[in-house]
Design a binder for this molecule. Structure first.
Ligand SMILES: [Zn+2]
Length: 121
């Protein structure tokens, strides 16, 4: 009898844990994401990923054209010789990056969380 109750308790706890896990994931996905452009070590620009726009990244080394469309960020043109950044796939998930080594440009997707608020204050 006791064993059976323990089993039910564990089962219920698992259900609750799973609900929290998936709830968190869902919440996490729905929180706004931002496209952040770094040049060297410096943050250069930051945009909500959901807003379509075209943006020219101008550095000492050259330029990269960044296109935001349909919730994805892509580098479509660049002055760099290797064009690796241009050939990289569009990014849309947190943590994905497009890197242009010659221009020292990094385009990445970040959660629009405390970090952005800290920077603004
Ligand atoms: Zn490049």
């Amino acid at each position: 009898m006791l064993k059976k109750q323990d089993g039910i308790l564990i089962f219920v706890l698992l259900i609750i844990a799973a609900a929290f896990f998936f709830g968190y994931r869902l919440w996490n996905r729905e929180s706004p994401e931002e496209v952040v452009v770094y040049v060297g070590e410096q943050e250069y620009a930051r945009f909500p990923i959901k807003e379509d726009r075209e943006f020219l990244i101008e550095t000492e080394k050259g330029t990269n054209r960044l296109i935001l469309k349909d919730g994805k960020a892509d580098v479509t043109e660049a002055s760099c010789p290797d064009k690796i950044c241009v050939h990289q796939s569009p990014i849309s998930e947190t943590g994905e990056t497009i890197v242009c080594m010659p221009n020292r440009v990094i385009v990445t997707v970040e959660q629009a969380s405390q970090k952005g608020i800290e920077n603004k204050s």
